[in-house]
Ligand binder design. Structure first.
Ligand SMILES: N[C@@H](CCC(=O)N[C@@H](CS)C(=O)NCC(=O)O)C(=O)O
Length: 220
C-alpha cells in the first residue's frame, strides 16, 4: 500500500498510526502542502482526492481511499486485529464520539485552507488567526476532558486497556495544540492519555518528526 502523506498533517498522522498499530506494510508518498503553492492542488493528485487534501491510501490493486476516519474504519474491517475499537457497542459509540469531536469539530477549523481563507479573504492577521485556532481547540479539549471525567487515575487509555480510534485522533490534535502554543494544563486526563499512547512503538513510528519528509530541524 502507498500512503500519500505530509509529515505535519494530523489527518495523515492518524492513518500512519492506524497502519502501524495493525502492522500493515506501506510506503509513504510525500505531498508537500506548501511547496510551489501546494502539491495537493496538482491535477494528478486531485484525480486521487477531489478535495485536494491528504491523506490518500492506494492499495496494491489500485483501490483509492481517502478521508482518514473512512480509511481507519476500512482498515478495521479488513484487518480486525488488533482492534481500533472496543468490544461493547456503547464503548464503541463513546470512542467514536470522542474521535469525532476532534476530527470533525476541532481539526477542520485549524486546517491550512481555512487559515488561508481567514488570512487572504477575511484579512485576519496572525494574532486573530492564533486566537481562532486556540478557541476551537479549547472548546474541543474541554469537551473531551469532560468525557474522561469518569476515569479513575489508574486508567491510562481513553477506553479500555489499549489505544483506540480515540488516541489515534487525540495524539495528532495534541501535537497541533502544542504547535500553536495552547495551554494544556486544564486537560490533565488528555495529557495522560496522550503520553501513554505516544510511548507505544506504533505511535512513535508515526510521529511527524520521524517522517522522511520532515525537515531536519524537526528532528527527523
Ligand atoms: N477530514 C479530512 C481532513 C483532511 C485534511 O484536512 N488534510 C489537511 C492536512 S491535515 C490538508 O490536506 N490540507 C491541505 C489544504 O488545506 O490545502 C480527513 O480526515 O482526511
Amino acid at each position: 500500500m502507498k500512503l500519500y502523506s505530509y509529515w505535519r498533517s494530523s489527518a495523515a498522522y492518524r492513518v500512519r498510526i492506524g497502519l502501524a498499530l495493525k502492522g500493515l506494510a506501506h510506503t509513504i508518498e510525500p505531498v508537500h502542502l506548501l511547496a510551489g503553492g501546494g502539491e495537493q492542488h496538482r491535477a494528478a493528485y486531485r484525480e486521487l482526492q477531489p478535495q485536494g487534501l491528504v491523506p490518500v491510501l492506494v492499495e496494491e490493486d489500485g483501490g483509492v481511499l481517502f478521508q482518514s476516519l473512512a480509511i481507519l474504519e476500512y482498515l478495521e474491517e479488513r484487518w480486525p486485529q488488533p482492534p481500533l475499537l472496543p468490544r461493547g457497542a456503547r464503548d464503541r459509540a463513546f470512542v467514536r464520539a470522542f474521535a469525532l469531536v476532534l476530527a470533525c469539530e476541532v481539526h477542520p477549523l485549524n486546517n491550512l485552507r481555512v487559515l488561508r481563507y481567514l488570512a487572504e479573504d477575511l484579512r485576519a492577521d496572525e494574532e486573530a488567526r492564533t486566537r481562532w485556532i486556540r478557541h476551537w481547540i479549547t472548546l474541543g479539549f474541554e469537551a473531551c476532558e469532560a468525557m474522561l471525567a469518569r476515569h479513575g487515575p489508574e486508567e491510562r487509555f481513553v477506553c479500555g486497556d489499549g489505544p483506540t480510534l480515540a488516541e489515534i485522533c487525540l495524539v495528532p490534535q495534541m501535537y497541533n495544540a502544542r504547535r500553536y502554543g495552547c495551554d494544556l494544563s486544564p486537560y490533565p486526563r488528555l495529557q495522560a492519555a496522550d503520553e501513554a499512547a505516544r510511548a507505544l512503538p506504533a505511535f512513535l513510528a508515526a510521529a511527524p518528526e520521524r517522517q522522511a519528509d520532515a525537515p531536519v530541524e524537526a528532528g527527523a
